[in-house]
Design a protein around this ligand. Structure first.
Ligand SMILES: [Ca+2]
Ligand SMILES: [Ca+2]
Length: 285
């Protein structure tokens, strides 16, 4: 192989993967604005919970009966609302790491990371991630600029979406969810730049990316609605030759450091046949 390749993917930092600190906290009618349902968990494994302390607060708005269950065996954080759906049936929850009294003091850009990956499932999750550094506090919504939409799997939230934050000295990180119809959170981590061709943002350029390419081949992509499962390295216009080039160039999870400046030969019919047969074998399983 004549080309010098480097692995671009960086080492992730786990903010929380919910594999530590079993807990349940439930809101009741006794809870109000001054007395929210709160669960503070300390002394947790800092490799699983950044800073070792997780603070969960169920807000005063929404359903009277809301419950958070943290299940380390399943690695999940689940917010349920326990009453039938009404206009007061929404769930509200804030999960935070670090505080003004006990700042994290963490450099989130270490190892080249430039984004969060928020892995959650819910049909309806308005919410945001908040970050504080020094005196500045900024937030970015989960992909959707108006804060409304579904989420089902890992979503990137770029550091560049938080103006004015010093990422080398972050003191507080919060996940804030409002008006949820129920949400399961699996993790909040950091990650490095997306590998070109890693369309599903799995960290590797492989079969999943080829599947996305072929199932969407020829489709014109609406920049506000990515193809289902397409989480990174957005298609440029139609899904066609240039997306194929990025998969071929990055195949196997390694790629040239500045791929965009490299001229990529068209793969020709033979290459396409190889890709298509690999896809058909995969689909036939
Ligand atoms: Ca991938
Ligand atoms: Ca294209």
């Amino acid at each position: 192989m004549g080309m010098v390749s480097v692995v671009v993917s960086a080492r992730s930092l786990i903010v929380d993967d919910f594999t530590a600190g079993a807990g349940v906290v439930q809101r009741t009618p006794a809870n109000d604005r001054e007395n929210p349902a709160t669960l503070v968990q300390t002394g947790l494994d800092p490799a699983a919970v950044l800073g070792g302390t997780r603070t969960t607060v169920i807000g005063y708005s929404g359903a009277d009966d809301q419950r958070v269950t943290i299940d380390p065996d399943a690695g999940t954080f689940v917010l349920d609302k326990l009453e039938p759906t009404t206009d007061r049936s929404w769930g509200y929850v804030n999960v935070s790491y670090g505080s003004s009294d006990s700042p994290l003091g963490v450099d989130l850009t270490a190892d080249g990371n430039d984004r969060f990956i928020f892995d959650a499932t819910s049909p309806f999750v308005p919410g945001w991630i908040g970050v504080t550094s020094g005196g500045a506090s900024r937030s970015a919504s989960f992909r959707f600029s108006d804060g409304f939409g579904e989420i089902d799997g890992p979503e990137p939230v770029l550091f560049s979406d938080f103006p004015g934050i010093d990422w080398t000295d972050v003191s507080v990180i919060e996940i804030d969810i409002i008006r949820s119809s129920g949400v399961t959170i699996r993790s909040l981590t950091t990650a490095g730049p997306t590998l070109p061709g890693d369309f599903d943002h799995s960290g590797q350029v492989d079969q999943g990316d080829l599947d996305l390419l072929l199932t969407n081949w020829g489709a014109a992509v609406d920049p506000t609605a990515w193809p289902e499962g397409w989480r990174a390295d957005l298609p440029r216009g139609t899904v066609d030759q240039d997306e194929l080039d990025r998969v071929l160039q990055g195949w196997g999870g390694v790629t040239a450091p500045d791929f965009r400046g490299v001229s990529v030969p068209e793969p020709g019919v033979a290459g396409l046949v190889v890709l298509a047969s690999a896809w058909l074998r995969h689909r036939g399983r």
